[in-house]
Write a protein that binds this ligand. Structure first.
Ligand SMILES: Cc1ncc(C[n+]2csc(CCOP(=O)(O)OP(=O)(O)O)c2C)c(N)n1
Ligand SMILES: [Mg+2]
Length: 468
């Protein structure tokens, strides 16, 4: 197998070895591929190559600076070298169009959210997903309806990819009764039982145990309740910053111990609000934490939907086959501020986005940069690797779609998003009677006191509290 394919990061558990960072330790560069050190038999196609020794030489410096932008998946390029036959491509035309439509929907929807937020139509924090679409689309479009997705506060696009209609996501954002949580959840708590979207969670790491529980349910139903056809898989999405949270480690342990059908999908966008990933974690290569718990750890270029999809295919298939969990680290980037309350002034590279090795500043992605305006340079570099533009180019270059066909999809999505806004705007707010629903376990909404009586029977109980 040639370079792009052999450079996988699937690593099984092995004896403990220190992985703490030091200037002598290897860095990995997702833009490069290598023929060394990887198992050619791994089925994690699309995974970028992993470790490569950092060199301080000027030649290495120049090479890194001149790394070209990946506009066409290396995976596909590699395939094309062997045959120009369309049948050898990684996606069919209809698959490509589906991926394109889903990514365009995610992007357009989020752009519209920004507009509506600044027009005062939404309340509370709203975190957009621009730039990260290849991860949601690359994974979720491979799922069945019964499979589960657990997200974070950056959850609108995961909901859309899982099939929750744009109008019910938008309506939820507007706090309206027609929203997917009847207006009670808002931006950070998208949920749809029908689509097996188990939430949006505002606290970081909060969704990981929920996802682990969902995966446990699938296994329990299959093995204990003998529901032979219950092969449902759960995907847990979360960020790089969240990987320093204890729940992440606890759940990796349980998932590996019980061989749960789950994929932990880390969306490493290099920043946790204004905290650089490099500054916050002892070993920035998150995928390595998988093998430490006895599961494969895989790294993939999260700006390339075709690579993400290849890795996702195998990780999901493993889970479905009963072979247990996988940890996938997708290297990606968010094109906007942390939330719409952040005018994108928080990512200050001076605060530690760069490692200092000797007199070089080493960027996590393998760049060496002396640009004083590092923040702008970082954003510009990732803007060039926009996953939607990359897929578009690939589809056209490979005669999978014409410019007109893709334009037609963009137009259709514009209409879907416009319609979603109109629907949300015209929808009624939730009734007052909904105010205390789901606040107390008691369906009457007032809870039961220690004496076994409804608390509302205490005449003083509601004094000073909400009345419905
Ligand atoms: C338990 C908890 N602690 C702190 C916060 C505040 N907080 C909100 S977002 C965030 C950063 C998370 O970064 P990351 O996991 O990388 O996700 P990203 O926002 O980059 O998608 C933090 C610390 C929180 N929401 N929950
Ligand atoms: Mg992050």
């Amino acid at each position: 197998m040639s370079s792009a394919f052999s450079a996988t990061k699937i690593i099984q558990s092995r004896p403990l070895k220190s992985t703490s960072r030091s200037p002598d330790k290897p860095f990995f560069d997702p833009l490069k591929t290598s023929t060394s050190s990887a198992s050619s038999s791994s089925s994690f196609l699309g995974s970028t190559h992993k470790l490569r020794l950092h060199s301080n030489s000027a030649a290495a410096h120049t090479r890194r600076r001149s790394t070209s932008v990946v506009a066409v998946s290396d995976v596909v390029k590699d395939k094309k070298l062997k045959s120009s036959s369309l049948s050898n491509l990684l996606i069919t035309k209809s698959e490509g169009l589906e991926l394109y439509e889903d990514m365009v929907l995610g992007r357009s929807f989020e752009d519209m959210c920004a507009q509506m937020y600044y027009r005062g139509k939404m309340f509370g924090f709203v975190h957009l997903y621009n730039g990260q679409e290849a991860v949601s689309t690359g994974f979720i479009k491979l799922l069945n309806k019964e499979d589960c997705v657990v997200s974070t506060y950056r959850d609108h696009v995961h909901a859309l990819s899982k099939g929750v209609p744009a109008r019910s996501v938008m309506s939820e954002l507007f706090g309206k009764a027609t929203g997917c949580c009847r207006g009670q959840g808002g931006s950070m708590h998208m949920f749809s039982k029908q689509h097996n979207l188990l939430g949006g969670f505002a606290f970081i790491g909060e969704g990981i145990p929920v996802a682990t529980g969902a995966a446990f349910t699938s296994k329990y139903r299959r093995e204990v309740l003998k529901e032979a056809d219950c092969d449902h898989v759960t995907l847990a999405f979360f960020g790089d910053g969240t990987c320093n949270n204890g729940q992440f480690f606890e759940c990796l342990n349980m998932a590996a111990l019980w061989k749960l059908p789950i994929v932990f999908v880390v969306e490493n966008n290099l920043w946790a609000i204004g905290m650089s990933h490099l500054r916050a974690t002892s070993d920035p290569q998150i995928w390595k934490k998988g093998p430490a718990f006895g599961m494969p750890g895989v790294h993939v270029d999260g700006m390339d939907v075709l690579k993400v999809r290849q890795v996702a295919k195998e990780a999901i298939a493993r889970a479905r086959r009963g072979e247990g969990p996988t940890l996938v680290e997708c290297e990606t980037y968010r094109f906007r501020g942390h939330s719409l309350a952040d005018p994108d002034e928080l990512r200050d590279p001076g605060a530690g986005a760069y490692l200092r090795v000797g007199h070089f500043k080493i960027k996590y992605w393998g760049y060496v940069d002396t640009d004083p305006n590092l923040n702008t340079a970082e954003k510009a570099r990732f803007a060039e690797r926009d996953p939607i533009a990359a897929l578009k180019k690939y589809m056209i270059d490979n005669n999978l779609a014409s410019e007109a066909e893709l334009k037609a999809i963009e137009k259709k999505i514009d209409e879907v998003v416009e319609e979603a806004v109109e629907f949300a705007d015209e929808s009624p707010p939730p009734p007052r009677s909904q105010l205390l629903e789901n606040v107390f376990a008691d369906p009457k909404g007032f809870g039961i006191g220690p004496d076994g009586k409804y608390r509302c029977e205490d005449p003083k109980f509601t004094q000073g509290t909400a009345h419905v």
